[in-house]
Design a binder for this molecule. Structure first.
Ligand code: SDX
Length: 438
């Protein structure tokens, strides 16, 4: 499925006046299928000799995409036009993978074929297990993920040619299939338990839970509640437009690096606590708060400009309303803890913190709402994952988004290497001074 090409809106242009010279420049305005229009400034430097200046890309569309649409003011998230709420309730992670990669929901045969291709690629090369011996057992799991996923390109030479559509497809299957296997190995290595091989008779989320929590010495009973919750958590994290890690993957891919190396760069970017690392940071923060009585102290710190502390799991570059994923995550939180009969005091702290923050003028004025990371950690903790594995789970889910965005970029006929410029504020040209004259 090809995206609707951006429409140059002949009636709509913008005129830029350089007040220093009085010169005027006109630039076309492009319409997407929905969402903000864009000013096409590709000729700006050539015509004006000036760059735009937008650190953090707060007002910059870096690409055209048809994968995911977010309306931050309305709290809307669509994947190929389908709402995240409907997909979380009615679809499955593998079906969402197919949708993101191919643009349409699969019919029965298409789904079965896709499921089969993922299933037969879940094992990793037997040599992969020896990578782990180079890491300390107490390495952060994300450090191990960055290293081992990047190393996949050392094994799969038959899916590195990015100009071959078949090889791009196999690389996508391998990454979606093997990242959970490697993530489970990362966890097993950290606790000194043997690796569990994937099983072809299990579904995607079930297989991941099996490889993570089963041991060779006894049968492992997969809880349907856990499997459904895991599958839904994967759906909620699958893709999210041009976020920091996806933009990292796109930029890495623009140099024509192989897909395994590009996904490793996305994992590295996701690790940061301002991004995917926030789910781990939320649990640490809730643990530090400890009790509802201490919430006002932490809210005050979050508002204090002189204190670097921020409420983790709150705020978002795009959502200036409730993150729709956070709402679904909160409902799932209740469902999982209720079904597992778990009373977690951290959930009470989280609910009270949300209530207080959402009624505080600072958060209201700055439109700071809970994001996808605010509740996810509580569910993952209840499911038995250690805090250090939370961002690894985010990476397991986001791999399909990264690879779908990478594929879309590579298949873009006008694709070129990404190479931003800068506003230079360093020293202008000067002569070298010998050391005895300094
Ligand atoms: C993810 O981009 C994506 O789509 C990401 C993601 C995805 O699916 O890929 O959605 C996943 O990364 C979610 C975000 C997880 N990060 C956190 O929860 C960390 C805490 N949040 C913040 O660090 C922050 O809100 C960001 C990084 C998420 C967004 O930062 P922005 O858009 O750069 O906003 P900002 O830092 O300019 O903040 C605007 C104002 C600032 O105050 P002023 O300078 O205007 O006075 O709001 C304040 C900030 O100080 N602010 C917060 C805050 N977040 C923003 N104050 C207290 N606590 C917070 N959490």
């Amino acid at each position: 499925m090809s995206n609707a090409a951006p429409q140059e809106n002949a009636q709509q242009t913008v005129t830029l006046t350089d007040n220093a010279t009085g010169k005027q420049y006109e630039f076309p305005v492009l319409d997407g299928s929905t969402g903000p229009r864009v000013i096409d400034i590709r000729k700006l430097y050539g015509e004006t000799g000036m760059f735009t200046y937008d650190p953090g890309f707060t007002s910059t569309a870096a690409c055209e995409s048809g994968l995911t649409f977010i309306d931050g003011d309305q709290g809307v998230l669509l994947h190929r036009g389908y709402s995240i709420k409907e997909l979380a309730e009615k679809s499955s992670f593998l079906e969402v993978c197919y949708l993101l990669l191919n643009g349409e929901l699969p019919n029965k045969q298409e789904y079965d074929d896709f499921h089969h291709m993922i299933t037969i690629h879940t094992m990793v090369h037997e040599q992969m297990q020896f990578f782990f011996r180079g890491f300390r057992r107490d390495s952060h799991p994300m450090a191990v993920m960055v290293g081992t996923i990047g190393a996949l390109s050392a094994f799969y030479h038959d899916s590195l040619n990015i100009d071959d559509e078949k090889q791009r497809e196999i690389a996508a299957f391998r990454l979606i299939a093997k990242v959970p296997t490697i993530a489970a190995m990362v966890y097993k290595y950290s606790i000194g338990q043997p690796f569990m091989y994937p099983r072809n008779d299990l579904g995607y989320a079930e297989n991941f839970l099996y490889m993570t929590f089963a041991v060779p010495s006894e049968p492992y009973k997969i809880s349907p509640v856990m499997a459904r919750a895991m599958d839904r958590i994967l759906i909620l994290h699958a893709d999210h437009e041009q976020n920091a890690s996806t933009s990292t993957v796109r930029l890495a891919g623009s140099s024509r690096a192989n897909p395994f190396a590009c996904i490793a760069s996305g994992i590295a970017s996701l690790w940061g606590p301002a991004h995917g690392g926030a789910n781990e940071a939320v649990l640490k923060m809730l643990g530090e708060i400890g009790d509802k009585s201490r919430i006002p102290e932490f809210v005050a710190r979050a508002k204090d400009k002189n204190d670097p502390f921020r409420l983790m799991g709150f705020g978002h570059r795009v959502y200036k309303n409730y993150d729709p994923r956070a709402q679904i995550m909160r409902d799932t939180c209740y469902e999982v803890l209720g079904e597992l009969g778990i009373q977690d005091p951290l959930l009470d702290v989280a609910m009270e913190l949300e209530k207080i923050a959402l009624s505080d003028p600072y958060f209201i004025e700055k439109k700071l709402y809970p994001n996808v990371d605010f509740y996810s950690g509580i569910i993952l903790k209840a499911m038995g994952f250690p805090t250090s594995m939370f961002t690894v789970l985010f990476a397991v889910a986001r791999t399909v988004g990264w690879i779908a965005q990478w594929k879309e970029m590579i298949e873009e006929p006008t694709q070129k290497i990404g190479r931003p410029r800068q506003l230079y504020t360093g020293p202008v040209a000067r002569d070298y001074v010998p050391v005895d004259k300094r």
